[in-house]
Write a protein that binds this ligand. Structure first.
Ligand code: COA
Ligand code: AMP
Length: 639
């Protein structure tokens, strides 16, 4: 079966394969450069080579300034829609330029210079985007930390990034709850060895925060004065390889990985994706319903739509409950979004509340063409349900924080390929995706193995981890020489469609959020009564997966188990944050192990997921699995 006859995809992918540098040089021409790159790829630079090494550019200029110069000044750049604060605000490209230039000048007044780090601990407000563009404008490196992380996680990131300045807000709003951010930040700074010079705080009327004299500064007052005084800072020419941002993501230990994104490659790949992958024209409205704390938010709320002269929607709300399961349809209709990009979990939440899609009635979705899903595997049920109620294509696509854009997808801009449920479709230009077996040799179609990408990775993908070339090599490059290890497992079918099935490491995916079970085990082990533990991700109808902790107590501990379980749940919330969604701790007598002492996490997961499982040949004592099954059954989690 040739499934691709109507799409330009085969021709474009073949074009990239024939001449990768020519392909990316052409893509780079769609952006503005102070000095156009002559070296498209330097294989000798960096850990595995670098893109556009002699190009000189500025990300903020390409996102903001050039559109004002080209006559888009009056067009909305950002539409802020916040049902939780009952606010709607449209910010034109011209207004955005004024705000960003002023914010950049403020950053400079705080002594922030090219190469300095600025941490943002911010809710979904336009000021967060302005701060990101302002950093890009002067060559400062931003690092956004998701609001659902606890102070200890924030402190780890502060110590790694060593920011000169932290930008924050007094509170975030989660559905009906107001979450005080400032005490979390104060605690994080207390815990961190590195202390920022200053904190720039945006007070929100829902909850004002107290300020620490000498360190904290009122953003609103400084902003008003800067705009009044006409303070502005210009774009600084930067090397394409200078870092734009660091985004921390869960690794296989409690220490997150600082994924570095550079300026040039990021712009080139993201802009290419807007028309070729997403099928969006400049001037259209694009909506990524994610959070700026995640990579999807960075790439498709903050940067890509603006690189392409589109309007981006910044939505401070949930798919359900703000106020109801019709919220997404309202936003699409009201702002004329041409595409929505979100995580499957959001659609599962909508489906649960409104299975028949009744909230769609009366909503004008005439401009809406495509729904894109990513962040976790889109289960066929959810895709088919969304297709049915929306009567539009629903596209699953696969990517990672490390890549910053899609690895495999269905490029509707090049002409949509047939959808295969459960598959994230085909590799994008730039990615030579292969499936390797245990002998590290390519596997035949249909055979499950480790999914890898032949080096070099395309533009936008991480050149390295922040100040850790060694960890970059060790985590991604050493196991399969010549390839980038995605740590996902799956297979390719006869038509070249990719099926991403699971992770090969300890990462789990909870409501589209990537979390390390190893990191959670470190927290559980730190409880004074815990002798040993194992955390596995178990199936959840809404969130895809949720963590489940099995805990063995130290000998002689005779407190009530439910009391200790509650403490353990509270400890994960305190140390990692609510985003971990760690609500199940089970105290058991023993953990199942192999004779060499390896904990049989996979078997425990299968039991909890009610999947067929077989007794591992190497198990030390098979009766332990009966105890685990009984403990799960007691909570209604197995059997
Ligand atoms: N600041 C503070 N706390 C936050 C937070 C933030 N920015 N984001 C989430 N949290 C909290 C939530 O309030 C919740 O706390 P709780 O345990 O007290 O209820 C906890 O973290 C877990 O959040 P979440 O997993 O998001 O669950 P939820 O029940 O609040 O919402 C969904 C469920 C499906 C509606 C929601 O997960 C969703 O919209 N997901 C979309 C996923 C997404 O955007 N992924 C990004 C990749 S595309
Ligand atoms: P993150 O870095 O948070 O974007 O998470 C990346 C991981 O999420 C990937 O390595 C996959 O395990 C998973 N993932 C993301 N998108 C998909 C998808 N479309 N299908 C399957 N898994 C996905």
């Amino acid at each position: 079966m040739d499934v691709r006859t109507k799409s330009r995809y085969p021709e474009i992918y073949a074009r990239w394969r024939r001449d990768p540098e020519g392909f990316w040089a052409e893509a780079a021409a769609a952006l503005d450069w102070y000095e156009k790159p002559r070296t498209i790829f330097d294989p000798k630079a960096g850990v595995y080579g670098r893109w556009f090494t002699d190009g000189v550019c500025n990300t903020c200029f390409n996102a903001v300034d050039r559109h004002v110069a080209a006559g888009r000044g009056e067009q909305a750049a950002i539409i802020y829609d916040s049902p939780v604060t009952d606010t709607k605000r449209s910010i034109s490209y011209a207004e955005l330029l004024d705000e960003v230039a002023a914010f950049a000048a403020i950053l400079k007044d705080f002594g922030v210079e090219k190469g300095d780090r600025v941490i943002l601990y911010m809710p979904m407000v336009p000021e967060a985007l302005v701060a990101m563009y302002a950093c890009a404008r002067i060559g400062a490196i931003h690092s956004v930390v998701f609001g659902g992380f606890a102070p200890k996680e924030l402190a780890t990131r502060i110590d790694d990034a060593k920011p000169r300045l932290i930008v924050t807000a007094s509170c975030g709003i989660e559905g009906a709850r107001v979450i005080a951010y400032k005490p979390l930040l104060d605690e994080a700074i207390r815990l961190a060895a590195h202390k920022p010079d200053a904190v720039l705080l945006m007070q929100r009327p829902q909850l004002e925060a107290s300020m620490i004299s000498g360190r904290d500064h009122d953003f609103n007052a400084i902003r008003v004065a800067a705009l009044r005084d006409g303070k502005r800072a210009d774009c600084v020419p930067l090397l394409a390889t200078d870092p734009l941002y660091i985004l921390y993501t869960s690794g296989t230990t409690g220490i997150p990985k600082g994924v570095v994104r550079d300026n040039g490659g990021h712009m080139v790949a993201l802009r290419w994706s807007m028309d070729n992958l997403y099928g969006i024209e400049p001037g259209e409205t694009y909506w990524a319903a994610s959070d700026i704390g995640w990579v999807v938010g960075h790439s498709y709320i903050v940067y890509a739509p603006l690189f392409h002269g589109c309007t981006t929607i910044l939505y401070e709300g949930k798919p359900v409950g703000t106020p109801d399961a019709g919220a997404f349809w309202r936003v699409i209709a009201e702002h004329g979004a041409a595409a929505l990009f979100t995580a499957p979990t959001a659609f599962r939440a909508i489906k649960k509340d409104d299975p028949e899609g009744k909230h769609l009635a009366g909503k004008d979705l005439s401009k809406f063409r495509t729904l894109f899903l990513a962040g976790e595997r889109a289960d066929p049920d959810t895709i088919q349900w969304a297709e049915k109620i929306l009567n539009r294509p629903v596209i699953d696509h696969w990517w990672q924080t490390e890549t910053g854009w899609c690895i495999a997808g269905n490029p509707v801009g090049l002409g949509q390929l047939p959808v295969k449920y459960g598959s994230s479709s085909v590799p994008m230009p730039g990615y030579d995706v292969q499936v390797l077996g245990e002998d590290k040799q390519p596997l035949d179609p249909g055979k499950m193995g480790a999914i890898v990408v032949k080096l070099p990775l395309p533009p936008s993908c991480l050149p390295t981890l922040w100040q850790r070339d060694d960890r970059m090599r060790d985590s991604y490059l050493d196991e399969f020489p010549g390839y980038y290890k995605t740590a996902d497992a799956g297979f390719v079918d006869e038509d070249g469609y990719l099926f991403i099935m699971s992770r090969t490491d300890d990462i789990i995916n909870v409501a589209g959020h990537r979390l390390s079970t190893g990191g959670m085990e470190e927290v559980l082990s730190s409880h004074k009564d815990v002798a040993e533990c194992a955390v596995v991700g178990i199936r959840d109808d809404m969130k895809g997966e949720v963590p489940c902790g099995f805990v063995v107590l130290k000998a002689g501990v005779n407190r009530h188990p439910s009391e200790i379980e509650k403490e353990i749940v509270a400890l994960v919330r305190e140390k990692i944050g609510p985003v971990a969604a760690f609500k199940i701790a089970l105290i058991v007598q023993r953990l199942p192990k192999t004779r060499s002492g390896k904990i049989l996490r996979g078997t425990m997961k299968k039991i909890a997921d009610r999947e067929a499982w077989s007794m591992p040949a190497t198990i030390d004592d098979p009766t332990v699995l009966d105890e685990i099954t009984a403990a799960l059954k007691e909570r209604g989690l197995a059997g």
